[in-house]
Design a protein around this ligand. Structure first.
Ligand code: 1GP
Length: 238
């Protein structure tokens, strides 16, 4: 189990940037200077070593903590503050749970900065999300199944992070709150469809950490408004 002082323990608001999407210097400046707690670099497709290095070096001009979600081994770039290794929990395609990860560890296990690397148990809950299609996730889980996955991730596997992923669609906040009530050791990340301050507040009241992605590219002002919205929402206490 990880110590509670892990870098992400205090993160309430995070922007997620996709190396496969263009972002101008001005926009990146606004994101990195926004007061967000961290930037995560990650994406489902088109993530390469080159576009990851490029984005990392641009973010590195700023003080904001920067983590990489390692979704393929070719894009495992050194120099980030933290690394998240996604394990997709709600798929029956084992390659996404402990297949590709094992292959990568065979090659790179001895070189991984373990003190700054965490497993991230993904529950992908929007069947239209690219990540759901890619991994064959069974996104339409009923509340009992979500609870079972939380027990598995939190109590049995002791994963430090559980990520309820609705990428592209705002999720069911009641379900997220229910999941949070079951979590004992993990930090609960929520991401998906946050495109204004009101949704950011709702998510911040339901999960430990709120992740904002797409709207950065669609409506920068709306994206920036989510930082203050999350900061002024009390952390859910159990
Ligand atoms: C994606 O959870 C993040 O991995 C954020 O989702 O892009 O829908 O904001 P959105």
């Amino acid at each position: 189990m990880e110590v509670q002082s892990a870098i992400y323990t205090g993160w309430r608001h995070v922007f997620k940037l996709d190396p496969d999407r263009e972002i101008s210097d001005d926009r990146l400046d606004a994101i990195c200077m926004s007061g967000t707690d961290a930037v995560i670099v990650g994406g489902s497709t088109g993530v390469t070593f080159d576009n990851t290095v490029d984005l990392m070096s641009r973010i590195r001009r700023y003080e904001v903590p920067c983590a990489l979600e390692v979704s393929n081994e070719e894009a495992a770039v050194p120099g980030f503050d933290h690394y998240f290794i996604p394990l997709v929990l709600n798929t029956d395609k084992a390659e996404w749970l402990a297949g590709r990860q094992i292959q990568a560890l065979r090659k790179f296990g001895a070189f991984i900065p373990w003190e700054s690397t965490s497993a991230e148990g993904y529950l992908i809950l929007n069947e239209d999300a690219q990540a759901a299609k890619l991994t064959g996730a069974q996104a339409g889980l009923d509340p009992e199944s979500v609870a079972a996955h939380i027990y598995m991730a939190d109590r049995l596997m002791h994963l430090p992070v559980i990520y309820m992923e609705y990428s592209g669609r705002f999720g069911d906040m009641e379900l997220v709150k229910k999941a949070l009530r079951l979590v004992t050791g993990a930090r609960l990340f929520y991401g998906g469809g946050i495109d204004d301050a009101e949704k950011a507040k709702q998510a911040a009241a339901a999960a430990h950490t709120v992740i904002v992605g797409n709207v950065i590219y669609d409506d920068l002002d709306a994206a920036l408004s989510t930082v203050e919205a999350v900061r002024t929402t009390a952390t859910p206490i159990l």
